[in-house]
Design a protein around this ligand. Sequence first.
Ligand code: ACO
Length: 382
Amino acid sequence: MSGSTAPAPRGLDGVVAAATRMSHVDGLAGQLIIGGYELKELAGRVSFEETAHLLWRGHLPNADELAMMRTEMATLRRLPSEALSVIRAAAKAPPIDALRMACATLSLDLSAPDAISPAADLAAAKMLTARFPTIVAAHARVSRGDNPIAPREDLGLAANFLYMVHGEAPDPIVARALDTYWVTVIDHGMNASTFAARVIASTRSDAVSAVTGAIGALKGPLHGGAPGPVLDMLVEINTADRAEAWLKKEMQEGRRIMGFGHRVYKVRDPRADVLARVAEEMSGAALHDRALFDLARAVEQTALRVLEESKPGRNLKTNVEFYTALVLQSLGLAPRSFVAMFACGRVAGWCAHVIEQHAEDHLIRPQSEYVGPRGLVVDRSR
Ligand code: ACO
């Protein structure tokens, strides 16, 4: 570190690392703005493709723009053979790892894979966002010994994903639930995976490389890997009367309660509200286990109380992952695929940040504080 530079806070807490038009998180007001709109204005009212257009092009599409984009992205859904080979080779790997490996192959059929112009970035954004669901669906099938199902161009992105997993076109309520989930997680300020994507893009590296790195950052349980464990927790707790003892034991043994706490939000994550409503709609539509939803509501209340008692003043509130678990489970998806499902929504945000970072064209290169020894001498006799 150079002489007068003060070390940044641990984990870059509170450091503003980029100026962005994509999204804003107000952790005290519990507000998430995406491309100028509050999340509650978008969720359930505009589709995932429309929200992606908002981030990539700066405005919600008109009817012609949307139709054109949908048609273009629908034709991009089919995977090249290299990606399918990787998915088959990774049949036993966790879905998020298979997605990372297959994603890395997606530059192979780009005409100029290293191009970083706005047009090339937009083309990569459409291709990656169109193909992520195809990868996750194909992997879900090969991992259980079935053949992948080719995408259909006549279905929306979410409906087509569910068709490719289950082999039949879904009820529109189910497709809408997934679409709303993807809108809800499309972008979220300078989270770890978005930052990773921007760091990679800042070296003038390409969109596929940036997104491949972002998947690696998303995978960890402190970022996108929590909803699987949330479901495990609900299954273990089983009945609401067992929640308090179970949660207290976890806390006493030094474990974290999954689906609670957030680096930025000190109030309830606004995405949790949107997804709680979606989960309730699904349970009301008799497509889902109402008892699980009621259990989740009860566990949430108990967890909030136990967390406040054990960690007073830390403001550990419900985060996006808690109700994500319920929504994704109600779509008939396996918990091991939940983080890959998150990536299918967030990829549109990562691509938007890559476009923005390439336009910014400034290398992100912080310094480090050296805390190791100095003046050591090599002992050749050791
Ligand atoms: N359960 C129990 N204790 C917790 C939890 C939790 N979920 N979250 C934080 N704490 C405690 C910490 O142990 C720490 O206690 P201490 O001060 O006595 O040491 C204190 O609260 C502050 O914790 P930090 O680690 O400083 O909080 P940070 O902002 O770094 O962590 C995080 C945020 C990683 C999300 C954390 O709350 C957590 O691990 N939650 C559980 C995992 C989870 O739900 N992840 C999904 C996050 S949402 C997303 O990224 C999309």
